[in-house]
Design a binder for this molecule. Structure first.
Ligand code: SF4
Ligand code: SF4
Length: 276
């Protein structure tokens, strides 16, 4: 299929045109392979700018478009809608960022213009090979795995669970809380660490959308985005978790407890902690 490419260079007021010679870039673009139209305009994202492109698509039979303007983060969806309105596949389009990547990072007009030309040339070459794509909907597993039950993992789990999505919170230690559980105060406000942490720990334990898996570790992750499979090893804890009420009597009787990150040895009333 014959490629009929249109190139549009945005001034963005003086954001781009103050540093880049937009007329020179448009003239350069017109000399590139398969480019039929190359224009520069003050604001490509406003209605007259969008209409200019739509008219060219219809009148010149353009089947691919390059816009050299700001970051795609800013206006890629805007321009994709324009192509769709003009009857073109939304993916037969390429943006070249000549603002954040060019005019905003130098005051040297000559160098900025040369870089803008190079970015436009690359975008034209790239759009040449674009194929029309269709949007598909596929089922995804909306459940979330949060690894690590420190304060960050706890907060992430609570926020996701509050939006009514199931969360698996995996913590390798016997309890969630992490390093914050060992602090007295938090920086910089000197708030009581336990006052912040413990209500959140309690919420996690009671939340209907959170499945807490303590003393457990992720051993394998497979699959792909939207459909991951995760293997989790739950370590033996020698108590019936459903029946345990956390009274602590067994803790007092136990001569030694070994945890992954530290070893606690009890000798009479003396507790010795060792890093492993
Ligand atoms: S398209 Fe981007 S670069 Fe052009 S005027 Fe709009 S915001 Fe500025
Ligand atoms: S003694 Fe208390 S803390 Fe230990 S397992 Fe029994 S209920 Fe749980």
């Amino acid at each position: 299929m014959e490629r009929r490419i249109g190139v549009y260079i945005c001034h963005c007021g003086t954001n781009i045109a103050g540093t880049v010679d937009v007329a020179a870039v448009a003239e350069y673009a017109l000399g590139l392979d398969s480019v039929l139209v190359a224009r520069h305009y003050e604001h490509m994202c406003n209605d007259p700018g969008q209409n200019m492109i739509k008219e060219d698509i219809k009148e010149q039979g353009l089947n691919r478009v390059v816009v050299a303007s700001c970051s795609p983060q800013m206006h890629e969806p805007t321009f994709r809608r324009v192509w769709e309105d003009a009857g073109l596949n939304r993916y037969l389009f390429q943006m070249a960022n000549i603002r954040e990547h060019c005019s905003w990072v130098t005051e040297d007009r000559r160098q900025a213009t040369e870089k803008a030309k190079a970015l436009v040339s690359a975008a034209v070459r790239r759009v040449f090979y674009h194929e029309p794509l269709e949007i598909k909907e596929v089922p995804v597993n909306p459940n979330t795995l949060v690894v690590g039950g420190g304060i960050a993992g706890i907060q992430a789990a609570l926020e996701i669970a509050d939006s009514e999505h199931k969360v698996y919170l995996v913590e390798r230690e016997p309890s969630i809380g992490g390093a914050m559980a060992e602090f007295d105060k938090t920086f910089p406000t000197l708030d009581c660490a336990a006052c912040i942490l413990t209500p959140k720990m309690s919420l996690v334990g009671q939340h209907p959308y959170i499945q807490l898996m303590t003393y457990s570790e992720v051993v394998e992750v497979s699959g792909y985005v939207g459909n991951f499979k995760v293997k989790i090893r739950k370590k033996a804890r020698y108590v019936d978790v459903d029946k345990c009420n956390g009274c602590g009597t067994c803790w007092n009787m136990c001569p030694a407890i070994v945890m992954p990150s530290k070893r606690i040895i009890r000798k009479g009333d003396v507790i010795i902690k060792e890093a492993v």
